[in-house]
Design a protein around this ligand. Structure first.
Ligand code: ADP
Ligand code: ZN
Ligand code: ZN
Length: 757
């Protein structure tokens, strides 16, 4: 017998190997099992691959005497079970990606490097005799760090979890030296059965029905995909928790996917306060050791609750009982390079494969998911009310054509536009004076998106991309001013005169979060002292770069004093700001005008998600949308009839135009040193399409932002009425075109079910 091995090489094939001659000669020679790692010679290299099949010597295309033998087998038992191998084959087939490369995406890098799977991970716990009295009153920071560990109870927590929560390594050492805490290696034993740490809430009827449906599927060992379509604040998490309880009590694992790493510590706290269970966090910020540890915990069943971002859906599980995809509409579930999978789709596939329920929870379902409901492939459960007193926010338009935006004057007498209408400013003032918080949503960080010469129209552009450079600047700190490309990170000084015409009249055009925050400072400062009265808290990637800065901002907001929060789309995702009663969107509706046909859907989702931050406490919320296009039909539909009617109208449009989800798309992108070369390659690809293929072929056209990081991009879109048709064509066509003379030296990528083009 021979071994068929998948290797991490970009080739659409597996490779045959024999056992070393000395072993082959033994009468009781055993082949390494399917799913084990083997080290093999490959050309002049040595690679580690996965055994994917055993075949007869006569079945190989290579004469047996030409076959090389493996160097060694690394595992006594398979590291990937039949489910995982089937998943890998499915991913390779559906996304038309080489099997060996799929496995390289699935496996943690230490596993790929051939390291042993059992790692020793440091845990920390408080020593039994220690009490709060052991701290000197002045040792505040030590006490604060100690309290963070204390939250984890007597078992403590692993070092990575603690560091993620904001503990500092130096303090762990200090507390250890003082004899207050100790480190230990957690013995690997079967985890204790999950217990409730807190009693569940009394659910309303909608919640109860949703939970019942999920549990019924779980008890019947039956796959069902659920769309839990619940408005923001309707208590989706309580549905997750009570469905999970049954699954965990049956001794099974639960996987919860969340869109962003920023949400994982917070989400962890919500689950940890309900269940005494072994909870594992998986996200892209983990180092290799912790990734392997997490992988092992999932695989051995040690992890009972697994909370992770996109890639967690590719982890192996011993006995998975339920998958939850929170905020299932979120674009971050789609991987945008290498294996371009969509985590929600993979979750549904895994549910089907393992006969378990999968819950997609969201307040703003994607059109794809609504279509699956219409086709009877997902079961929809709606949550239409907020429990208790909390009321959904009311939405209101401000016509910015009727009211010009408010002007301010600088110290040296120059007038400038604040970008906010008086109506919006009045509402903000009223809210603050009532003691509440305001959230202003502006999806653009930095000071201004464009630097413009008023004399000749020159604009500061990135030399490497088709993009303007963003102005980073602040009136308080004028030294720290620069131009930056948000696509390739290219940076430059701000010129004092126009490089084209020499005019000194350079103007920062448009509004970013920094500029808006400064304008708000000016508007709401005390006129006598010019001091600010209300804190203005900016929340974007620039202000949350440091590891614990988001946590700190979050705590500051949740103290509840009146404040203005200015945030980008970072604020849209699942955060709780109980004291925010007013949400303002000075120009969020611009996306309704974009050329991308998905833009209205994504804009509306973002607006509704941001709006959902208002009125989560006891007070009613209000949302003000300032717009220059108050007659826009889509915008009116969204504001008047809500997201679902809006989405169903968009679905009708897509249906009429034959666009996804009423057709199935594949996007081919070509990257090269010149645009001409990439266009030619795609033309050659079209010429090689199989006869009578029946697909709509759009392109080649320039990709959006065709020049990026000094490389050029063209693209080709294939649309098919029928999914099978699309894949049949790709099966015949994709691999051969990678070998065409014109494509050979360019980078060609294939994106199945792309979410933007
Ligand atoms: P969603 O995830 O749907 O936006 P959450 O799950 O965050 O909403 O719930 C919003 C708030 O309502 C939370 O504070 C939660 O504790 C509370 N809540 C949920 N269900 C109930 C219930 N049945 N009774 C009382 N409060 C509830
Ligand atoms: Zn000029
Ligand atoms: Zn750039």
């Amino acid at each position: 017998m021979l071994l068929q091995v998948a290797l991490p090489v970009p080739l659409y094939r597996v490779f045959d190997y024999r056992l070393p001659t000395a072993i082959e000669a033994l009468s009781d020679a055993v082949l390494p099992a399917v799913g084990c790692r083997v080290e093999v010679p490959f050309g002049r290299q040595t690679l580690i691959g996965i055994v994917v099949a055993h075949i007869a010597k006569t079945s190989s295309n290579v004469p047996v005497n030409k076959l090389k033998s493996i160097n060694r087998c690394l595992d006594a038992t398979p590291i990937l079970d039949a489910h995982m191998l089937k998943l890998a084959h499915w991913l390779a087939g559906y996304y038309h990606y080489p099997l060996g490369d799929v496995l390289a995406v699935i496996l943690p890098s230490l596993v790929r490097q051939g390291k042993p799977l059992d790692l020793l991970i440091t845990h920390w716990r408080i020593l039994p005799h220690v009490t709060d009295d052991d701290f000197h009153p002045n040792a505040k920071k030590q006490k604060q760090q100690f309290d963070m560990l204390k939250l984890h109870g007597e078992r403590g927590a692993s070092e990575d979890v603690l560091l993620l929560e904001g503990m500092e390594r130096a303090f762990l050492k200090t507390l250890e030296d003082k004899g207050l805490i100790e480190r230990y290696i957690e013995p690997k034993q079967a985890p204790a059965p999950v217990k409730l740490a807190k009693l569940p809430l009394d659910m309303n009827a909608e919640q109860q029905q949703a939970v019942n449906a999920i549990i019924a599927a779980h008890e019947a060992h039956h796959y069902t995909g659920f769309l839990l379509n619940g408005i923001t604040g309707s208590g989706k998490t309580e549905v997750y928790l009570q469905a999970m309880q049954q699954v965990l009590e049956a001794g099974k694992q639960v996987l919860i996917l969340v869109p962003e790493i920023g949400l994982t510590p917070q989400t962890r706290a919500r689950f940890a306060s309900r269940f005494a269970a072994h909870i594992v966090l998986l996200h892209s910020g983990m180092n290799n050791t912790h990734r392997l540890q997490g992988w092992q915990d999932c695989r051995t069943g040690h992890a009972q609750i697994v909370i992770g971002t996109r890639s967690a859906v590719l982890y192996p599980f011993k006995d998975l009982g339920l998958i939850i995809v929170d905020e299932a509409h979120d674009g971050s579930y789609k991987q945008q390079d290498t294996l371009r999978y969509h985590a929600a789709d993979v979750a549904l596939y895994r549910g089907l494969q393992q006969h378990i329920p999968v819950v997609l929870g969201t307040a703003t379902p994607s059109l794809e998911h609504l279509k699956l409901v219409a086709d009877g492939k997902l079961v929809e459960r709606r949550l239409l009310t907020r429990p208790g007193n909390a009321k959904p926010a009311t939405m209101q338009l401000i016509d910015a054509r009727l009211q010009s935006t408010h002007q301010q004057t600088t110290d040296d007498g120059a007038r400038y536009d604040t970008g906010l209408t008086d109506a919006m400013i009045g509402a903000i003032r009223q809210t603050l004076e009532a003691g509440d918080q305001v959230l202003i949503f502006l999806n653009r960080r930095g000071y201004a998106p464009v630097l413009l010469c008023q004399a000749c129209g020159w604009q500061a552009d990135c030399p490497r991309c088709d993009a303007h450079l963003t102005v980073h600047y602040s009136r308080q700190n004028r030294q720290n001013a620069y131009l930056k490309c948000h696509h390739c990170d290219w940076q430059a000084y701000i010129p004092t005169v126009c490089p084209d015409c020499g005019s000194p009249n350079l103007d920062a055009k448009g509004m970013g979060t920094t500029r808006l925050s400064e304008n708000l400072h000016a508007i709401f400062a005390n006129p006598q002292t010019s001091k600010q009265i209300y804190p203005i808290i900016q929340i974007d990637r620039d202000t949350t770069r440091r590891k614990d800065s988001w946590e700190r901002i979050y705590q500051r907001i949740n103290q509840g004093a009146p404040a203005i929060l200015v945030g980008t789309q970072m604020v849209a995702k699942g955060h709780h700001f109980p004291n925010v009663t007013l949400v303002c969107m000075p120009n969020a509706d611009r996306g309704f005008l974009s050329a991308d046909f998905r833009s209205p859907e994504h804009t509306a989702q973002l607006m509704i998600q941001v709006a959902g931050r208002a009125g989560r406490g006891d007070k009613a919320g209000r949302v003000l949308i300032q717009t220059l296009q108050p007659d826009n039909e889509l915008l009116l539909k969204l504001v008047k009839d809500g997201y679902l009617s809006f989405a169903h109208e968009l679905l009708q449009e897509r249906k009429m135009m034959g666009l996804p989800p009423y057709s199935h798309a594949a996007l081919i992108r070509c990257e090269g040193k010149t645009l001409a070369a990439t266009v030619q390659a795609l033309k050659d690809a079209i010429a090689n399409l199989p006869q009578g293929h029946n697909l709509a072929v759009l392109g080649p056209i320039d990709a959006p932002m065709s020049k990026k990081n000094s490389r050029y991009h063209s693209q080709l879109l294939l649309l098919a009425k029928d999914r099978r048709q699309l894949h049949q064509v790709l099966n015949q066509w994709w691999q051969p075109i990678l070998a065409l003379p014109s494509t050979k030296y360019l980078k060609l990528t294939l994106d199945i079910d792309p979410i933007g083009w």
